[in-house]
Design a protein around this ligand. Structure first.
Ligand SMILES: [Zn+2]
Length: 266
C-alpha cells in the first residue's frame, strides 16, 4: 500500500484513507470487507442493496460506516451506478438518496460532486476503480466510479472538468485518490476490451489476452485536466490479490458484496 494512505481500524472494521485529504478538511475513506453485519456468501461489510443481502444488514453497515468516519448518514448520497460517465451535482435536495430512498432519481450516474458541507458522497465498487477528489481552496468534493468502461470514457477527467466549470476549481489545487481496485497484475481482458486503451496501458499476454493498467490510465487522464501528478495518489492495493480483504467481482463472481469510497467536506 502507498504510504501516503493510512489505515483506520474500528472494532473489526478497517478502512484506508488519504491523510492529505483529511488534513485539507475532507473526511475520506475506502472500506474493507472485514467486520460489518452481513452474513452468508457476502459476509462482511457490504454496502450493495442489490446483491442479495438483507437490506437491514446493509443499512446497519452504513450506520457503522457513518459512525466510524464521522459523517451524518441522513445526509449521505449514493448513485445507482451503471458504468457511464454521467456526473451529478449533489445538493441538499439529494440527501439520503441511494440509502434511505433506494430507488431515487440518481440513476445512470457514476460520479458525484458537491460543495455542500456535511454531505457524504459514496461510490461502491468490487474491483472497479473508485476515485476521490477534493479542492481544498473552494471546498469541493467529488467521487467517481471508474470501471474499465468509465475509465475508457474518462470519467475521472470529466469530474475534474465539472469541478472547474461548476465551482471554479483550479485543477492545480485538487488532491485525488485512486482507491483499492483491480490492478494491472490481475486485470486480464480480451483484445476488443484492451483496444479501448492506449497501448502504453496494455501488456500483451498469451492467447490474445491483455493486462490493462486502469490505475495509470486514470492517473494520466486526471493529470491531463491539469491536476498535478504529485497530487494524485494511487493506493496500490489490488482487490483481486487481496480478495480476502476486499470484495472482488472477479474472484467471488455474483456472490460478492460492495465496498465503498466516501468523501465529505467537514
Ligand atoms: Zn492483483
Amino acid at each position: 500500500m502507498n504510504s501516503e494512505f493510512c489505515e483506520i481500524s474500528k472494532d473489526s472494521r478497517s478502512y484506508i484513507a488519504l491523510g492529505r485529504m483529511n488534513g485539507a478538511g475532507f473526511i475520506n475513506g475506502f472500506s474493507r470487507r472485514s467486520g460489518g453485519v452481513s452474513r452468508g456468501k457476502i459476509e462482511g461489510f457490504n454496502f450493495g442493496f442489490r446483491v442479495g443481502d438483507d437490506p437491514d444488514s446493509v443499512l446497519k453497515n452504513y450506520e457503522l460506516l457513518a459512525d466510524d468516519l464521522g459523517f451524518d448518514l441522513s445526509r449521505a448520497v449514493c448513485a445507482r451506478q451503471t458504468h457511464t460517465n454521467n456526473i451529478r451535482i449533489v445538493t441538499p435536495m439529494d440527501c439520503g438518496k441511494g440509502i434511505f430512498q433506494i430507488d431515487s432519481d440518481i440513476r445512470d450516474i457514476d460520479g458525484l460532486i458537491t460543495n455542500e458541507r456535511g454531505i457524504a458522497l459514496i461510490i461502491f465498487t468490487a474491483d472497479c476503480v473508485p476515485l476521490l477528489f477534493c479542492d481544498p481552496v473552494n471546498k469541493v468534493a467529488a467521487a467517481s466510479h471508474a470501471g474499465w468502461r468509465g475509465t475508457a470514457q474518462n470519467i475521472g477527467g470529466r469530474t475534474v472538468r465539472l469541478m472547474r466549470e461548476k465551482f471554479g476549481t483550479d485543477p492545480k489545487d485538487i488532491i485525488a485518490a485512486v482507491g483499492p481496485s483491480i490492478g494491472v497484475c490481475c486485470f486480464e481482458v480480451d483484445r476488443a476490451t484492451a483496444e479501448n486503451f492506449d497501448e502504453k496501458y496494455r501488456i500483451p499476454k498469451p492467447n490474445d489476452k491483455f493486462h490493462v493498467d486502469l490505475w495509470a490510465a486514470n492517473r494520466d487522464m486526471i493529470a491531463a485536466e491539469g491536476v498535478r501528478p504529485e497530487n494524485i495518489f494511487i493506493s496500490g492495493e489490488c482487490t483481486v490479490c487481496n480478495s480476502d480483504r476486499y470484495y472482488s467481482y472477479r474472484t467471488h463472481k455474483e456472490h460478492t458484496g460492495r465496498q465503498v469510497a466516501v468523501i465529505c467536506i467537514k
